[in-house]
Design a protein around this ligand. Structure first.
Ligand SMILES: [Zn+2]
Ligand SMILES: [Zn+2]
Length: 160
C-alpha cells in the first residue's frame, strides 16, 4: 500500500492525460454500511486528463469487502465494483493535487448491493429456530422426515 489517499498530481499531469492505478487499504476509507463488515483492498485504474482548469477522471474502482448475507447472516467475501467511475473537478490555477478518496469511497458505497447474498441459492435461516439452512436441515418444522419414513416402518413391521 503506497498511500492511504487516492490523489492525482494535477500540477505535473501530462498534457495528454495519464493513467493512475493503485491499491489502498480499504480500512482507511471508513466504508460503513449495515451489511458491510469490513473492507480489504481497494483497487483503482483511472485515466485523468486536464481540460483547461477542469480535471476529468474516469475508469474502474473495485473493493474486496466482507459482507453479511441478507438471508443467512453469514460473512462472505464480495467484490464491489464500479466499472464506470467518472468524475469532474474544478481545479485552481496553483492547485497541486486533487484528492479522489471521498469519491472513490462514495462510489463503493453506492455499488454495494442493498441485499447482499452469499449465493443465489442461499436458503437463509429457519424463521422459528434460527438454524442456518445452508448448513443443516431444520428439525423444528417437524413432521417431514416422519411422513417419509412412516410407510417404510410399517412395511418392516408387517414383514416380521
Ligand atoms: Zn446466505
Ligand atoms: Zn427451524
Amino acid at each position: 500500500m503506497e498511500s492511504e489517499l487516492i490523489k492525482i498530481d494535477v500540477a505535473r499531469l501530462a498534457v495528454n492525460g495519464e493513467n493512475f492505478a493503485g491499491k489502498v487499504d480499504g480500512t482507511h476509507l471508513d466504508l460503513e454500511l449495515p451489511m458491510l463488515e469490513s473492507a480489504g483492498v481497494v483497487t483503482y485504474q483511472l485515466h485523468a486528463i486536464k481540460v483547461g482548469l477542469r480535471l476529468l477522471v474516469r475508469g474502474k474502482v473495485n473493493a474486496n469487502v466482507s459482507a453479511v448475507c441478507a438471508r443467512c447472516g453469514v460473512l462472505f467475501p464480495l467484490v464491489v465494483e464500479d466499472k464506470e467511475f467518472e468524475r469532474e473537478y474544478e481545479t485552481l490555477e496553483d492547485q497541486i493535487f486533487v484528492d479522489l478518496t471521498p469519491d472513490v469511497r462514495e462510489t463503493i458505497l453506492l455499488a454495494f448491493p442493498a441485499f447482499p447474498l452469499c449465493g443465489e441459492e442461499c436458503k437463509g435461516v429457519c424463521p422459528s429456530c434460527g438454524r442456518n439452512l445452508n448448513k443443516q436441515e431444520c428439525i423444528c418444522r417437524g413432521p417431514a422426515p416422519d411422513v417419509r419414513w412412516g410407510p417404510l416402518d410399517d412395511l418392516r413391521i408387517k414383514e416380521e
